[in-house]
Design a protein around this ligand. Structure first.
Ligand code: GSH
Length: 214
């Protein structure tokens, strides 16, 4: 059976959301954001940087939420959420799958700045820069949504789970209402039962009980 290692509110929410969308059976290993769990030797044997998500399928352990999305779609998708090579939307599907991380790295940097780094070491310059870059990244999504409800013209697909999570993360740090299409898109995504189930373990605002990860 598939097994997902997950920390509420983290990028593993993408994989959890997709597993629910696909209606697959899986075991969920929900961990606190704690070095005790993430750097445990047994976990490092699966996920060498000690990060989430990590999906285990039999003998295979897969890290990187984008790769997990692609793997799940290529291996278990009977809901039409992937786009195989040769599909007219394949290139767009791949592009948005990876764009999700372009957005998320700014969110992750703001998590570092506003949560993990000690107050006296936080940098207003870095925070301003990362917030601006996050806004620019959302602007691109907003423009994309001028002519469609989801990232692909054909409708909801797995890439919306990856990018949707990035917006979920961004929302914790910058207002998204300057981007009306992103706001409506997020409302559509967060109304999905699979999103809600994946988000419910969350507390994004749960104070991590860890020192700064290294
Ligand atoms: N590019 C990776 C990023 C994975 C990642 O950095 N995950 C964070 C949570 S959002 C993590 O596990 N952090 C724990 C740590 O840095 O120790 C992906 O998309 O899976």
């Amino acid at each position: 059976m598939l097994k997902l290692y997950h920390v509420g509110g983290s990028r593993s929410m993408r994989s959890l959301w997709l597993l629910y969308e696909l209606g697959l059976d899986f075991e969920l290993v929900s961990m606190p954001f704690s070095l005790e769990h993430l750097r445990a030797p047994e976990y490092l044997a699966l996920s060498p940087l000690g990060r989430v998500p990590c999906l285990v399928d039999g003998e295979t352990a897969i890290i990187e939420s984008g790769a997990i999305t692609q793997y799940l779609c290529e291996t278990y998708d009977d809901k039409g959420l992937g786009r195989a090579p040769g599909d007219p939307e394949r290139v767009e599907w791949l592009q948005w799958l990876h764009y999700a991380e372009t957005v998320a790295v700014h969110g992750a940097s703001l998590v570092q700045q506003k949560v993990f780094v000690a107050k006296e070491e936080r940098s207003p310059t870095v925070q301003k820069l990362e917030s601006k870059r996050l806004e620019k990244a959302l602007q691109v999504i907003d423009r994309r949504l001028e002519t469609r409800d989801y990232l692909l013209a054909s409708g909801f697909s797995a890439v919306d789970t990856n990018v949707g999570y990035s917006i979920h993360l961004a929302k914790g740090f910058i207002p998204i209402d300057p981007f009306p299409r992103v706001t409506d898109y997020y409302a559509r995504l967060s109304a999905r039962p699979a999103f809600q189930k994946a988000a419910e373990v969350v507390p994004l605002d749960e104070k991590p009980r860890v020192k700064q990860p290294s």
